[in-house]
Design a protein around this ligand. Sequence first.
Ligand SMILES: NC(=O)C1=CN([C@@H]2O[C@H](COP(=O)(O)OP(=O)(O)OC[C@H]3O[C@@H](n4cnc5c(N)ncnc54)[C@H](OP(=O)(O)O)[C@@H]3O)[C@@H](O)[C@H]2O)C=CC1
Ligand SMILES: CC(C)(CO)C(=O)C(=O)O
Length: 365
Amino acid sequence: MSRVGIAGAGSIAFGSAALLHVNGHDPMLWSPSGASTRALEDAPLTATGAIDAQFAPRVATSAQQLCEDNDAILIALPGYGHKAVFDALAPHIRDGQHVIVSSHASFGAVYLTRLLDARGITAPITAWGTTAVTGRRGEGATVTVNTVRGKVDLCTVPETRADCARAVCTGLFGDVFVPRDGLLAIMLSNLNPQNHLGIALGNITRMERGETWSQGQNVTPKVGALLEALDAERLAIADALGLQTKTIFEHFSASFHVPMSSISEMNQQMHAQGNGGTGPATADSRYVTEDVPYGLVPTAVLGRLAGRPATLHEAGTQIFGAMYGRDFTAENDILNALDLTGHTLDDLRGAARTGLLRKTPEPAN
Ligand SMILES: NC(=O)C1=CN([C@@H]2O[C@H](COP(=O)(O)OP(=O)(O)OC[C@H]3O[C@@H](n4cnc5c(N)ncnc54)[C@H](OP(=O)(O)O)[C@@H]3O)[C@@H](O)[C@H]2O)C=CC1
Ligand SMILES: CC(C)(CO)C(=O)C(=O)O
């Protein structure tokens, strides 16, 4: 049995805690504000859906306790909270302690490596392209788990620790992990930003009016066609960088257990079998506030560096910027802290393997 400290106490944190529990491990949850674990004072965590479980997870009152009382740490909260949580955890992470980011956003693992390096320690940081489960927290201490994914892409920095980190992830979460070639491949294997761009754009009035709506059913043929076109941009960038990643068809098939077809048809099938999920009931949704700055913007950065500008991704960023009256290109606090100005694609390729962002020496003449 391993002790796993989970940073976050929302849908994925609760769902991941349930998966760890049924796999025989001992999760501990940490809510950065304390608000999201309050319900656990009165009731056990109850998971229903793809996982049925009721148990009382341990609860941490600080980042320090989360690191000290656990063997491994899982980061399970939206990308806009990653920097603050890395800042809080970094002083307490032990040399060699495994940190898993579910799901990895932007250049988060590079930022955390920098913090640990400044302390003179190395900890394997494993970035997942997505989450092990999907779901939604409900009333009180409940969570509905919509699916336990059949495949999750991962990589580890430094890459010398990749085999060991994959064994740790498999022991905790199951034999679902597909190793990918460094952090750039993982960034390009998170399909939420492109998918949520199409889904949110096609359903923004439903979100704004606070409606309850089926996400799968509303991936209509035209929304599905947009998702497929966005996917083609992402794959073109991966191809130009010489990286392997899954297609959107493989993603929906492995995550939601539906046969491959058009993206609209696959989503209709998910809706019919009950795991198509519900779309956001507010415009203030991470589908936009996380996925645009922490997903579309870094993909656009990679697209430009790779000579394959992601024009639909960039258009989506601008359209949402106009709708929300925000400059989403300026909101990514990880990109802002790392400051990629003056860095080359080779610098990023190096960071994608070591975690350390350094200037690549010019070749001698
Ligand atoms: N839910 C799903 O099915 C899926 C989710 N994902 C991804 O998984 C990640 C987690 O998603 P999910 O669990 O649904 O999200 P939630 O919104 O449910 O996460 C809530 C948690 O995030 C914490 N949090 C929010 N903002 C901040 C912040 N600024 N600083 C620190 N902590 C913060 C909250 O803190 P507090 O406890 O203090 O309130 C809370 O613990 C996201 O990146 C999401 O895109 C990916 C695929 C599917
Ligand atoms: C609903 C789902 C699984 C697909 O869009 C998702 O990715 C999310 O909630 O972030």
